[in-house]
Design a protein. Structure first.
Length: 356
């Protein structure tokens, strides 16, 4: 039998263990932030609806200055891009690609010219534009609670902070009463940047109220020439190291990718620099003087520039044009399907003639 002393010792140990567990529960139950206005974390979907996206479909560069790695697929597939998933059946994707080929080949001569590809790129870019317009209607309703067709900066600010986990009612009351908001430094910096963008989207006469069209420019600067200029200024500001409001090749390729820890990471960094160098020298630097001005970058970024669409068409053809006839045959597109669709199709040659 256990002695009285051993029993008391065991009971004391159990008590200490339980006390430790309760203390831990208390610590983890406390809010991690120092603001009394914070509540449960926001749903990412809601936040994405009201934040300008970094990635703009059909635009060659991301908002942060990185190259859009999916651009070729976006302007070749349009809305059908989602159908070409990596886990999709190759045979089905091959058939879908054959159908696309027939649509691009408008004169039915079994090959695609640069002009035909240019027309297709413009059409697919317009699809992305229309998709953004439709999504904007839904997002605008989410931030226009009174349905008066205008959104004030304060209304947007309340919705944005609510998406970040702040208590919407308390934030609204504090803003109404001009009380100070206890916001962490990172969130405040994002808010300041968004307010600059809000001012730019507010067409004359400025009233700090955005209608649906202005809100579209706020979320999607590619829809507005003025906002496109603003986006270019932001990118150059981030990359321009000497403050001359122009970009040299060294400035353009010096955007940090991450810490190189091994040979594989070094190879990724090398490929990244190689891609940016090629884009700078062959496409962005229009007069090839080694300097990219705001005007050159703006022309490069403009998704509705027909000259850019033709250049893109020629580049897409050059990638897969094995017989060097400056056209694309079906076999060539199927062979280089990964470039056009993101999906690698197997046994393309064996089945192409029997299916098309």
């Amino acid at each position: 039998m256990m002695s009285r002393q051993a029993f008391l010792c065991s009971l004391g140990s159990l008590y200490l263990s339980l006390l430790f567990v309760f203390l831990l529960m208390d610590v983890y139950a406390r809010p991690a932030n120092n603001s009394a206005l914070k509540e449960k974390p926001a749903d990412n979907k809601d936040e994405n609806e009201i934040l300008p996206p970094d990635h703009l479909n059909g635009v060659k560069m991301e908002m942060d200055g990185h190259l859009n790695k999916e651009f070729h697929q976006e302007v070749f597939l349009g809305k059908e891009m989602e159908e070409f998933e990596e886990d999709s059946e190759p045979r089905k994707n091959r058939k879908k690609l054959m159908v696309i080929f027939s649509k691009v080949d408008i004169n039915n001569d079994k090959k695609i010219s640069a002009k035909e590809m240019q027309r297709w790129v413009i059409e697919k870019t317009d699809e992305h534009f229309q998709e953004a317009v439709e999504e904007n209607k839904m997002h605008f309703r989410a931030v226009d609670p009174d349905g008066d067709g205008h959104v004030s900066w304060d209304e947007y600010k309340i919705k944005f902070l609510a998406s970040k986990g702040f208590n919407e009612k308390e934030i609204a009351e504090k803003i109404r009463n001009n009380e100070e908001l206890k916001i962490d430094e990172e969130t405040q910096e994002v808010l300041d940047n968004l307010k600059d963008r809000w001012y730019q989207a507010d067409n004359p006469p400025p009233d700090l109220l955005l209608n649906e069209e202005e809100f579209l420019s706020f979320l999607h600067p590619e829809h507005s020439r003025g906002m496109l200029k603003f986006m270019v200024k932001e990118i150059i500001r981030d990359l321009d190291q000497d403050g001359d409001k122009k970009l040299t090749l060294s400035e353009f390729i010096s955007l940090p990718v991450g810490t190189v820890e091994n040979q594989q990471a070094q190879d990724i960094d090398d490929d990244w620099v190689k891609d940016r160098r090629k884009e700078f020298e062959e496409l962005i630097d229009a007069n090839h003087d080694g300097i990219v001005t705001m005007e050159e970058l703006e022309e490069y970024m403009d998704p509705r520039n027909e000259y850019n669409a033709l250049n893109e068409a020629k580049q897409m053809i050059a990638v897969a044009d094995e017989n060097q006839n400056h056209h694309l045959e079906l076999e060539e597109i199927l062979k280089y399907s990964e470039y056009f669709t993101g999906s690698k199709l197997m046994d393309y040659a064996r089945n192409v003639h029997e299916e098309f």
